[in-house]
Design a protein around this ligand. Structure first.
Ligand code: NDP
Ligand code: GDR
Length: 369
């Protein structure tokens, strides 16, 4: 019998990779999608076109009756709760919404399992986050490191973390938290910093954009690849006993270093000068084949305080020892390889746009991020 999984957030970065992984493993996969005014399934279109075992259902984590009905109809063996308003900076703009979806939404889904009497059947994965550590109390951060969330997003995720633990302890449910550090890919949303950087530098290299504006370039993150991390989400639900795990690479670099690495991949060498809001990155050498629109001396990166956050998480570095020892999980893709893949993917999109432009088509690039 095929196992049956329900994924919330299936249209997002992780949801799309996880759906592909589960389909490869022979699962029947059900995904919760939100009705939008335009198509929002671009990341899962190829899976939808190639598999008859992928089914989508309209719904929302704010809608209890919808969740209860779907869980009743689908009778899932596994639920992966990846759905969330996942942008930390945006959560300062909409704290009530993020509490409702990221916090209460998790409880609604756990209740849907319980109301349908599926506590002993349905295993539950909660997408927890390194943002729980926020103002870090210990370096590196592991499962026992105290939490100190620094944004409405992280505070909402803290409720979700503990309600997941609570349902495990109260009702004997197989419910676990993956405390995942930042993970990226060519499918990463364009407003998260890595993708913003790779996309913008690719556009600059081809002449579609002239400058990349960033916030805090000193921020340090432990960046891994989403494909490695969704494999881990599945592994966590295949254990004998439910448990919580930190998933990270154990290495960190700054936003500035990610800019430098991405620029080199796009054929641009950069020199950083100035400090704080006055910091800029100037082109010191250029590979003209790769970056025809860029010249030595161009200032192509600068700081815009509008991207600073009311409270910042300065440094995150995970210790994945428990996941390595108990689950045998080892990340396979390095940050350098991931950066190359992201830049190459964005360069190929930028070149397609330039080709269209050269044939007179109107190519408008959204720059609001
Ligand atoms: P994305 O932002 O790419 O995807 C979020 C998903 O949630 C989308 O499918 C989105 O739908 C859906 N969603 C948003 N609001 C609702 C709602 N009200 N009801 C139902 N679904 C909703 O996130 P990622 O794939 O990067 O992350 C997956 C999860 O993991 C998130 O919970 C995130 O907070 C968490 N996480 C992510 C990390 C990372 O580095 N990527 C690290 C740690 C945790 P739509 O497409 O319609 O917007
Ligand atoms: P993060 O990711 O907040 O860690 O949350 P993001 O890529 O948004 O920021 C990482 C760091 O870069 C700094 N930064 C900028 N960030 C953005 N988005 N835009 C900028 O212009 C910019 N300039 C500098 C930020 O200040 C921050 O320090 C991600 C999300 O996927 C969460 O859902 C997840 O829980 C955590 O990772 C782990």
């Amino acid at each position: 019998m095929n196992k049956v999984a329900l994924i919330t957030g299936i249209t997002g970065q992780d949801g799309s990779y996880l759906a592909e992984l589960l389909l490869e493993k022979g699962y029947k996969v059900h995904g919760l999608i939100r009705r939008a005014s335009s198509y929002n399934t671009v990341r899962i279109d190829s899976a939808l076109n190639s598999s008859e075992h992928l089914h989508l259902h309209y719904g929302d984590l704010s809608d209890s009756t919808n969740l209860i009905r779907l869980v009743k109809e689908i009778q899932p063996d596994e639920i992966y709760n990846l759905g969330a308003m996942s942008h930390v900076a945006v959560s300062f703009e909409s704290p009530e919404y993020v509490a409702d979806i990221d916090g209460m939404g998790t409880m609604r889904l756990l209740e849907a399992i319980r109301i349908n009497g599926l506590e002993k059947k349905t295993r539950f994965y909660q997408a927890s986050t390194s943002e729980l550590y926020g103002e870090v109390r210990e370096i590196p951060q592991k499962e026992t490191t105290p939490f100190h969330p620094r944004s409405p997003y992280a505070v909402a995720k803290m409720y979700a973390y503990w309600i997941t633990v609570n349902y495990r302890e109260s009702y004997g449910m197989y419910a676990c938290n993956g405390i995942l550090f930042n993970h990226e890919s060519p499918r990463r949303g364009e407003t998260f910093v890595t993708r913003k950087i790779t996309r913008s530098l690719a556009n600059i290299s081809q002449g579609l954009e002239s400058q990349l504006e960033l916030g805090n370039m000193d921020a340090l993150r432990d960046w891994g690849h989403a494909k490695d991390y969704v494999r881990m989400q599945w592994m966590m639900l295949q254990q004998k006993v439910a448990d919580d795990f930190v998933i990270a690479t154990g290495k960190q670099i700054s936003v500035r270093e990610f800019v430098r690495m991405s620029a080199l991949e796009a054929g641009i060498s950069l020199v950083f000068t100035g400090e704080g809001v006055d910091e800029v990155a100037t082109v010191s050498a250029v590979d003209r084949d790769k970056a025809p629109a860029v010249s030595v001396g161009d200032i192509i990166v600068k700081v815009n305080p509008k991207f600073f956050r009311p409270a910042e998480v300065e440094t995150l570095l995970g210790d994945p020892t428990k996941a390595k020892q108990k689950l045998g999980w080892v990340p396979e893709i390095t940050v350098e390889e991931m950066c190359q893949e992201m830049v190459q993917s964005d360069m190929s999109i930028a070149k397609q746009h330039m080709l269209l432009k050269s044939h007179g088509f109107d190519v408008s690039i959204s720059l609001e991020s």
